[in-house]
Design a protein around this ligand. Sequence first.
Ligand SMILES: NC(=O)c1ccc[n+]([C@@H]2O[C@H](COP(=O)([O-])OP(=O)(O)OC[C@H]3O[C@@H](n4cnc5c(N)ncnc54)[C@H](OP(=O)(O)O)[C@@H]3O)[C@@H](O)[C@H]2O)c1
Length: 296
Amino acid sequence: MKGLLKILLLGGTGLLGSEIKSLLELKGHDVVDPSHRLLDVSNIELLNQFFDDNKSFDWCINSTAYARVDLAEKETEEANLLNGTVPGHLAQLCSSNNVRFLHLSTDYVFNGEKRDLYTEEDSVDPINVYGKSKLNGEIAVLQSNPDAIIARTSLLFGIKKPSFFQALIENIHEQESFDAVDDIYACPTFAPDLAKRLIEMMEKDIPGGIYHVTGTECLSRYEIGIIAHKLYLENFRNKPFEVVPISAESWKVPARRPKYTGLSNEKLNSIGISKAEPFEKNLLLYMHQLLGAPVI
Ligand SMILES: NC(=O)c1ccc[n+]([C@@H]2O[C@H](COP(=O)([O-])OP(=O)(O)OC[C@H]3O[C@@H](n4cnc5c(N)ncnc54)[C@H](OP(=O)(O)O)[C@@H]3O)[C@@H](O)[C@H]2O)c1
């Protein structure tokens, strides 16, 4: 294991990036995280200049993204620029500056038809614009920098950004019911837990390639709702609430979602990187962050 690292973090204000930043700083690593305002990564000249002016990073983490899955169906060019073209350029810059590159990707590179955990060897076949743009990014990164790490993750939840999880828990706390899709499955991934494992991957200087890095359980939003309500009853207060199952068909959103995108983390586990904490443990932590209520 290397000692303290000097890390360039792009996207440090985002849901995942902010957790990576906090933990890196807590561990004493040297983090440089230029904001979007200071360094727009889609401006290639600015990026080149930044790398000319700033040397000696051990790692660059790209946690920037065009992450609006539904809007991407309309804003195809914007999504492709940020998710497809920019990562390739960053990977190239890192390669020529002797900086290791860690890039984030998604379970949405798969079409969801396998119905069993996807491994890194499985064929990709994205079914929406966001997934296609992220796949373009993966290809561009590995073409220009085979030593890069691509970490595919899924269904993030964390305190820094509103999400399905926040809406669900606020509804459990304040309302009587919540509609949740029961026929789309993915592995919910707690952003602080993911940040911890990504940092471990950099500290251990693991070989380049694609890795799946997600939570351990593959669940539908309906199942997540049931678990969240159970935890609420056990740890907060007794309150009636109904999670209402709905089908993906009746969930009217512009982008198609793959039906099943559980990702096997076996490759990562086999090289000694820790597993994610159990989903219930992470969800309870998150509920406390959100609601602030004491454990009974
Ligand atoms: N969220 C999920 O459920 C999920 C699931 C699977 C994979 N992922 C992947 O995980 C990674 C992190 O996602 P996230 O949810 O943390 O994203 P996020 O919260 O949307 O954060 C994106 C970050 O990128 C920055 N950014 C956007 N455009 C930029 C630009 N042109 N120049 C510089 N910075 C820019 C944003 O800064 P501003 O806010 O200041 O614009 C923000 O800090 C992404 O690669 C995403 O595709 C996410």
